[in-house]
Each structure stands twice: as structure tokens, then as C-alpha cells.
Design a protein around this ligand. Sequence first.
Ligand code: SF4
Length: 155
Amino acid sequence: MVAADFEWDEENDQYICPEGHALRQFRRNYSDPGRGKNIAGTRKYRALRATCQACPSKDLCCPNADARYVTRTPDEDARDFARDCRKTKAYKVSRDKRKKVEMLFAHLKRILNLTRLRLRGPNGARDEFILAATAQNLRKLAKLRPAFAGMKVAN
Ligand code: SF4
């Protein structure tokens, strides 16, 4: 089981494990709000040892430890937001579009050997990129050519 399998309970400042048990930072109240954070601000949430020892999922969850713990960094809320975004349809569309663009740049660099510009100045760079993009588009067009191009045409 990975940390993502544990549900964050903001209200009670605890994680809930897949078996439904709470992982807490402290089991008693302290007056010091900074207590339990390391220098980076990371906090550690632990399950009770007795709970994990009696749990049927222990071998999957923490086979080499007495009890499971999950760490929470100060920017975990932003990470949770990013993880939620990754599940949306809009993210999948944008990811596919990003890949298409990145593929074109990779193609420019590796196949068309555009690792550096030969012409000087912004105008030279623009000209080189226009030529490279033209070559890419011609290549795409060639791929769209109908399959019967090699066949004999009967009159
Ligand atoms: S081993 Fe502990 S933390 Fe893991 S699922 Fe079982 S009770 Fe929860």
C-alpha cells in the first residue's frame, strides 16, 4: 500500500488507512503548535502498534515495521490538488496535446538535427524554424498519401 491509499482527514488532522483506522501525529493534546514538525516542516502520522499487529493487511501495508506511518509535507495540499487534477478529463486532453508538442521538438532535435542554430540573430532563428516546421509538415503530408500510390492505375 502506498501513501495515496491513505485518506487525509483535514478536520481531525489525521490519515485514515484502507482498513479504516486513524493515523495520528499525537495521541494526546500538546500546547506547542510546532511540535512534531522537522526542520522542513514534515509531519509524521502513525498508526497504533497494536492495531497494525492485529490487522489482516499488515503484510501488504508494513511488512517490516511494527506499525505504519505516513509523512505529510507542508505543500501536501498543493500535491493533493495536483493529484485530483490528474484524474480529470481536461488534464488527459492537455497531457495528450503536450505530448504532441514535445514529440515535435524531439523530432526537430533528434531527426532533423536541430541541436543548434546555424543562422545568426532572431531573423535567422525564425527562418530556420520555419524551414524545419515546413519539413515536418511535408513529412506528415507524405504519410497521409493514399496507400494506392504504388499501385498501377488502369486507364
Ligand atoms: S497495517 Fe495498520 S495502517 Fe496498515 S491497513 Fe492495517 S491497520 Fe491500517
